[in-house]
Each structure stands twice: as C-alpha cells, then as structure tokens.
Ligand binder design. Structure first.
Ligand SMILES: Cc1cc2nc3c(=O)[nH]c(=O)nc-3n(C[C@H](O)[C@H](O)[C@H](O)COP(=O)(O)OP(=O)(O)OC[C@H]3O[C@@H](n4cnc5c(N)ncnc54)[C@H](O)[C@@H]3O)c2cc1C
Length: 407
C-alpha cells in the first residue's frame, strides 16, 4: 500500500527550477513538497554560471549576501581565446544590478544553499532519493504525483503539480505534452584538471576545428570540449594523448594540468538537447525550466532561465493557489509570459551552434574570428551590450512582494 500525502504544490525535480519554485511557493505560505530523485546534488555535471539576473533575484529574496558567502568565483569580464589570441567579449561593469559579474559557483553548492534556505520555512519539504513516477488524475485533471522513494511508493495529492525534472523529464512524458525538437549538432566532453598560474578570464578557446570551455575554479580548471553529436566514440578511439593535444592547443593555459588526465573515466559525455514544449501545462500541471524547454550550454544561460520560470510561476500562480482559484488559463499564463525569452534565447543558441560551432568542428580547419567577435574587440561599448544580453537576458523576472524579504 502506498503512503499518502497532501500538499498545495508538489514539484518533481530539485534542480534550479524546482528548488527555487519550492522556496517561493513556501514563502508565499503554501505547503510545498519537492521530490528529487537523487540523494544529493553532486552530479557529474551541473552548469555553474549564476548570472547577474539570478543574483538580483537573490537580492530581492534578501539572500544575496548569504549566497555570496558560499565558495564561488566572480567574473566581471569574459573573453575568448581565438587561434591563440585573447579577444574580450563581455564586460559586466555597467549593468544596472547589485552584482556586476557572473558568479561561477559549483551547482551542488548553489542547490545546497537554496535547499537549506527553503528548509527553514515551515511549509517546505524536500524528499531526496524520491522520483516522480506517475500522475494522479481525476477526470482529465492532474491532482497530484506518484513517487517512489526509500520507504516505497508515495501518492501526493496536490492542487498544483510542477514538472521541473529537467530535459529528460518524466513528468512531461507522462502528461503527453508535445515536444518540438530544435536540434543540437553538438555534445560535450566534460572533465577537470589541476590548475597552476595566475587568474584567467578566458572562458572559450577556439582553435582549428575545436572549441574548449575553460572555467577557472581556483584550484582546478573545469573544462568542456565541444564535439560533433555522436562523435564521442571516435574521439575516444583516437586515444587520450590526441585528446590532450587538442585541449593544449586550444587552451594553453590548462596545458600544465593535462598530465592528470590519464583515464577516459575522468571524461564524461554530456549530450546536448534543444527543445521546447508546445503547451507547458495541463489542468493541474505545469512544466518549467528544462522540462519545458531544454537549453543548450551556449551562453551558460539555462540555469538562469529555469530560475526565471520559477519566479514567473510563483508570481502568477501562488496568489491564485492561495485563493483556491487556480485555472488552466492561469497555468498557461506562465507559458505566455516565458515563451518570448525562451524563444529568443533558443534562437540565439541554435544560430550559434548551426552557423558557427557545427561548421568549425566539422571543417577541422582554422577559421577567422567571426565579424561580431572582431567588432567586440574593437568597440568596448559593444561588450557592455553583450553583458546585458547574457547577464540580464530577455524579460528578467522580479520576485513579487509577498515573497520578498529584506536582507
Ligand atoms: C553540457 C551542458 C552544459 C551546460 N552548462 C550550463 C552552464 O554553465 N550554465 C547554465 O546556466 N546552464 C548550463 N546548461 C543548461 C542547464 O544545465 C539547464 O538549463 C538547467 O540545469 C535547467 O535547470 P532545471 O532545474 O530545469 O533542470 P535540471 O538542472 O536538469 O534539474 C532537474 C532535476 O530533476 C531531477 N529529476 C529528474 N527526473 C526526476 C524525477 N522523475 N523525479 C524527481 N526528480 C527528478 C534531477 O535529478 C535534477 O536534479 C548546460 C547544459 C548542458 C547540456
């Protein structure tokens, strides 16, 4: 027999979207349960970029200083190394925000922080090692989620169910929501190597046929090598020395640590997807974050978009849920509000991957820096515009008054 629970809002997925939504709904005074299938947040890969727009949300929540007390690095400028030459890309100094930098924080640290803050609230509960496995339905309306955890089966009755379970979302599949695949010709090989030498704000390194992302984590480099989709086996077959040589050529600043890369087990394959749901909701159920729109790593904006969805959902739905007046139309209002930023961001990602990344990787030849990059190197004010586009994004959300708290 399955155990039963009853809450106002049940969220599948304790990633950025699910945990921030959980924090906000609980702050609005609603009984909120987040189901996370893993025991902790230490996964092979978690994006690390916390953008100024997200930091602004934490300022509005009164949590910015506490968040920044967690281990992180601050990048006020970002650059690209193109065929060995450094080219500046973004300068966050002029942003109209509390924080004029991108924070690079291991996502496990970030999620631990959000979970800790949420767990202080009386209405919030996070159940770890508990996976959403089914929908509870009544006459076409979703009235809760079924889950499986360490103590067996669980049935959660909820007035609102949220699918925030990422790009392989079980909830969206169970709900039969139609996915539009926008295509992604790339995958990523993800690894870290020890770091020596001074600070380096080069994030992207381009050489003949290769693009390598290098994130300076103080004691180590977190690296991502972009490869053509499905090519991982071929890269492995060419051997580790060849792989190390590619990385050293594109990103000489990490070369000294590459000797530590001795086994393919240290290199994880991350498959990239870009897609979007046609409808994000059904009566009683809403999908947000990657579950509604899987994001490419390009621009490092996925976490931030997921959190913006959570804020929009809480602003639009928490008052209705409190008033016991939540309609299917209210749920669709979240999609209507967030569709434009999602579309614009995914359009930019698809253009970058199809027009620049795929030809670079498939061509295998040196390419000249594209015109926009040359323009950025020449005109500093353009770097401010890029910082705005990346750091604030399209239609940044703000936390509604009932959920704000002074620092
Ligand atoms: C290679 C790669 C690199 C990226 N780099 C960056 C970056 O640097 N910066 C950035 O902003 N974005 C990056 N992104 C995008 C970013 O990872 C996502 O957009 C973001 O994590 C979405 O957050 P989310 O909360 O919607 O989903 P997720 O972060 O995927 O969280 C979903 C959560 O749900 C849990 N879950 C899954 N199924 C269930 C279930 N059935 N029941 C309960 N829990 C479940 C998962 O364990 C997970 O904790 C990258 C993406 C890729 C593929």
């Amino acid at each position: 027999m399955s155990a039963r629970r009853e809450v106002d809002c049940c969220i599948a997925g304790g990633g950025p979207a699910g945990l921030v939504a959980g924090l906000l709904f609980a702050r609005a005074g609603l009984k909120t349960l987040v189901l996370e299938k893993h025991a902790d947040f230490l996964r092979d890969f978690r994006g690390d970029t916390v953008h100024p727009s997200t930091l602004e949300i934490f300022h509005e929540l009164g949590l910015l200083q506490a968040l920044l007390a967690r281990p992180h690095d601050q990048m006020p400028k970002l650059g690209v190394r193109f065929n060995g030459k450094y080219m500046p890309v973004a300068d966050f100094a002029g942003l109209p925000t509390q924080c004029r930098f991108v924070a690079f924080m291991p996502q496990a640290e970030f999620l631990d922080f959000v979970a800790d803050e949420a767990e202080r609230l009386p209405g919030f509960e996070l159940m770890r090692s508990t996976a959403a496995t089914g929908l509870v339905e009544d006459g076409g309306r979703v009235t809760g989620l079924r889950a499986a955890g360490p103590d067996g089966e669980l049935t959660v009755a909820s007035r609102l169910a949220i699918g925030a379970d990422g790009r392989h979302s079980t909830v969206r599949e169970l709900a039969g929501l139609t996915v539009r695949d926008l295509g992604a010709p790339i995958d990523v090989l993800w690894f870290s190597v020890p770091r020596e030498g001074g600070r380096d704000d080069t994030l992207i390194n381009v050489s003949a046929g290769h693009l390598v992302v290098t994130i300076d984590r103080g004691t180590y480099w977190q690296c991502a090598c972009v490869i053509a989709k499905g090519e991982a086996e071929a890269v492995r077959a060419r051997g580790l020395p060849a792989f190390r040589a590619i990385i050293a050529e594109a990103a000489p600043q990490v070369a000294a640590g590459l000797g530590a890369l001795t086994d393919w087990d240290q290199v994880k394959l991350l498959s990239v997807k870009v897609d979007r749901l046609e409808r994000w909701s059904r009566p009683g159920l809403l999908c947000i974050g990657d579950a509604a729109h899987a994001m490419s790593p390009i621009g490092g904006v996925g976490i931030n978009l997921a959190i913006q969805d959570a804020v929009a959902a809480a602003n639009l739905l928490a008052p209705k849920l409190k008033a016991q007046d939540l309609t299917a139309e209210d749920l669709d209002a979240v999609r209507r509000r967030r569709l434009w930023p999602t579309r614009v961001t995914q359009f930019a990602q698809v253009q970058a991957q199809d027009r620049f990344l795929a030809p670079l990787i498939e061509g295998g030849r040196p390419v000249a820096p594209p015109l926009p990059l040359r323009a950025l190197a020449r005109w500093p004010w353009l770097r401010g515009l890029v910082a705005r586009a990346v750091g604030l994004g399209v239609r940044p959300e703000h936390v509604g008054a009932p959920m704000r708290r002074a620092a």
